[in-house]
Ligand binder design. Structure first.
Ligand SMILES: Nc1ncnc2c1ncn2[C@@H]1O[C@H](COP(=O)(O)OP(=O)(O)O)[C@@H](O)[C@H]1O
Ligand SMILES: [Mg+2]
Length: 278
């Protein structure tokens, strides 16, 4: 369970987070969606104790990140946005060092390393130096490392950024599996389809504020079911319809070309924020 109450963060003149309220259930896969600079990483850095909050409260499974810092830190694992593995060490050594930082005894470290390498399907890379791995494999090692101390909550900050579409899907499958095995997952992304595919609930973050929070299905349904895109004086205009009949009626009156499609999460985001998540 993750609870954020009235969370604010200022960096000098910038207010990066404005009164963020969230209540994420145990075992939920929650997506925090927003464009670059929205405040996603700042939120994760606060929850993992890397940045101090300006005001408000954060609880990780009842542990207050300020009052019970040590206990709160043990509750979660973090996969940061940029790759910060030790490139000159092997995959197993990277995991082992993380286990040491969490005071795991040597036996537990060895067995957990083997278990996680198997879980991530990278056992054959156990003794490979990280610098020789592809971007997708490095991501898998990052996730394995974050799970070494068996955290109940996993924070993933843009876990698939810069990866090919098929490798991205591989990571999605791993993330789903981790959730199914009982871990609460908080994932930030600026890929709409990632949130739509993975998350049970999505929050739209824009300029440090949550502008919407619901299931992907409900967010989309608010827009209607059908969308018609058409070019209007070199601008793409989109109109939404609850029924196919209403969309058909509209189409009959159109003189220029158009496309009819199903509403997606991007429509909801664009309408609420007026900007693209890029
Ligand atoms: N260490 C920092 N010092 C000053 N401003 C920062 C710092 N970190 C982030 N910011 C600013 O806070 C805002 C939110 O950034 P960030 O949380 O990284 O967004 P996101 O992860 O959604 O791209 C941005 O305007 C960014 O420039
Ligand atoms: Mg970020």
């Amino acid at each position: 369970m993750i609870i954020l109450k009235n969370l604010n963060k200022h960096y000098k003149s910038i207010q990066a987070l404005k009164n963020v309220h969230l209540h994420i259930n145990r075992g939920e896969l929650f997506a925090y969606l927003g464009p670059n600079g929205a405040g996603k990483t700042t939120t994760i850095r606060i929850m993992t104790g890397l940045t101090k909050l300006s005001s408000g409260t954060v609880l990780l499974n009842r542990f207050d990140i300020e009052q019970d810092q040590v206990a709160a830190k043990k509750e979660s694992g973090l996969v940061p946005q940029s790759i910060n593995l030790d490139q000159e060490l092997t995959v197993a050594e990277n995991l082992d060092i993380h286990g040491m930082l969490y005071q795991m005894p040597v036996k537990a470290r060895r067995s957990k390393t083997d278990e996680l390498l198997d879980y991530m399907d990278i056992t054959d890379r156990k003794k490979t130096l990280v610098k020789h791995l592809s971007g997708g494999l490095k991501r898998r090692v990052m996730i394995a490392r974050a799970l070494m101390h068996s955290p109940k909550i996993l924070f993933l900050d843009e876990p698939t950024v810069g990866l090919d579409a098929n490798i991205r899907r591989r990571i999605w499958a791993i993330v789903k599996k981790i959730q199914q095995d009982g871990t609460t997952i908080f994932l930030t992304t600026h890929y709409i389809e990632e949130a739509e595919f993975l998350a049970q609930r999505v929050a739209f973050l824009n300029n440090g504020e949550i502008v919407a929070l619901d299931t992907p299905k409900n967010l989309m349904q608010k827009m209607g079911t059908w969308a018609i895109d058409r070019l209007e004086e070199s601008n793409m205009e989109t109109t939404y319809f609850q029924t196919r009949e209403a969309a058909k009626k509209f189409m009959a009156d159109q003189k220029q070309s158009f496309t009819l499609r199903h509403v997606n999460l991007e429509d909801a985001f664009l309408t609420l924020t007026g900007k693209k998540v890029k």
